[in-house]
Design a protein around this ligand. Structure first.
Ligand SMILES: Cc1ncc(COP(=O)(O)O)c(C=O)c1O
Length: 391
């Protein structure tokens, strides 16, 4: 948990070349854009085709589809070290954050929401929207591409209701020390929500050991599923006292009671779900999560650590300016390099078959376990010809 990628010495080495063959795009492209969307595995393609076949052959099969939804819940719980009753399967990270926000009362002494400059837009916008319901948002600024723990210590106080921060910044890849931040929130009597979207699937992470109250993520990036499905972890003792007002029939205690006379939320984290589950996406998510389970997170963490270290070394050798902190304890799977024109650079690379992305002027290079040193060579060969676009 929160250990440094690439430092685990006891991990048995999987057959990376063989695992790579599950991802057809890697034969055609240098795909280094997992921070935006994971590569599509043949296993996931097959799962999506199975959904289509099930529709064609069985028509409607709600019992089986609810099972698929529960299977995603169980798999996510396994990955996070949580109990399945602590997991809501949602349509997005936004849906999970909104559901938690809807259960909070801001009309009291504790009304502050502490976020940071590193948030993905949704985890800022949703909390600013709560200002219409009485919340007061405080934003902890970044300094030179990082936010030290002490700056959160100063911002979190006895008026803070919830601290809601991302673990890895989607713009520069900087990684915050979530267990340390969760400890500050706990000590000061505030709730703590983490956005783990850019970290889940890249390292072992245990929500209980990290001491977080809520965690949100989704399957389209490093978890190898697809868009349109996410999840929310809620620490068990909190569930019964949090009653979401953004709700739906899949949040009810008995979904198929179809009761229209009242609101009877589930006693588990399912109370944070809403309407009809994203059934096709459940098939994809199940298959993606199974790949990660088979490879094993310790091995994945180790491999990503090797690849990110190699990317930083190549960038340094070429004299490029890293936008991400160099310290491996302060970044995740995404390495960023400063550019003069991010869109021109990403477009040129794309035309050469190298898939990356950019944010806030930074080129984002984000390997997964299926990338290799040849991918890194191809990227830096292409970058050498575009030196004028790099800072
Ligand atoms: C850190 C982070 N949080 C959240 C999201 C996506 O949120 P949602 O599932 O609400 O679209 C992303 C996607 O890029 C992200 O990088």
């Amino acid at each position: 948990m929160n250990s440094r990628p690439g430092t685990s010495p006891t991990v048995a080495e999987p057959d990376w070349a063989d695992l790579r063959s599950n991802f057809p795009i890697l034969e055609k492209k240098t795909y280094l854009n997992n921070c935006a969307y994971g590569a599509l595995a043949t296993d996931v393609t097959n799962a999506l085709q199975r959904y289509v076949r099930d529709r064609q052959e069985k028509g409607t099969d709600w019992a089986y589809w609810v099972e698929r939804n529960d299977s995603v819940r169980n798999a996510v719980a396994g990955f996070l070290g949580a109990d399945p009753n602590e997991i809501a399967v949602t349509a997005s990270a936004s849906a999970g954050i909104n559901s938690v926000a809807s259960a909070l009362n801001f009309n009291q002494a504790r009304k502050k929401v502490v976020i940071s400059d590193f948030e993905f837009p949704t985890n800022a916008q949703i909390w600013y929207a709560q200002e219409l319901r009485g919340a007061k948002v405080v934003r902890v600024p970044e300094k030179d591409g990082y936010i030290p723990v002490e700056h959160f210590e100063a911002a979190i106080d006895d008026e803070t209701l919830i601290v809601a921060v991302t673990q890895i910044c989607f713009r520069n890849g900087a990684r915050l020390d979530i267990p340390a931040l969760a400890e500050i929130a706990r000590r000061k009597g505030a709730l703590f929500l983490m956005d783990g979207y850019q970290v889940f699937g890249t390292v072992e992470f245990d929500v209980h050991r990290a001491g977080v109250d809520f965690a949100v993520g989704g399957t389209l990036k490093y978890l190898l599923g697809t868009a349109g499905i996410g999840f929310l972890y809620v620490r068990e003792p909190l569930i019964e006292n949090l009653v979401p007002t953004a709700t739906g029939w899949f949040a009810q205690s008995d979904i198929f009671a179809l009761d229209t006379t009242g609101y009877n939320p589930s006693s588990t984290a399912r109370r944070f779900e809403m309407g009809t589950p994203p059934v096709p996406n459940c098939y994809a998510a199940e298959a993606g999560l199974q790949i990660l389970k088979d490879v094993g997170l310790p091995a994945i963490e180790h491999r990503i650590g090797e690849l990110t270290a190699a990317i930083k070394a190549e960038a340094r050798k070429a004299g490029y300016s890293l936008a991400v902190p160099d310290d491996p304890d302060r970044h995740g799977a995404m390495i960023t390099i400063r550019t003069h024109d991010e869109h021109a650079l990403v477009g040129i690379l794309e035309n050469q078959g190298v898939v990356t992305s950019s944010r806030s002027g930074n080129l984002r290079i984000s390997p997964h376990f299926y990338n290799n040193e040849d991918d890194i060579d191809s990227l830096f060969r292409a970058l050498r010809e575009q030196k004028h676009l790099l800072v």
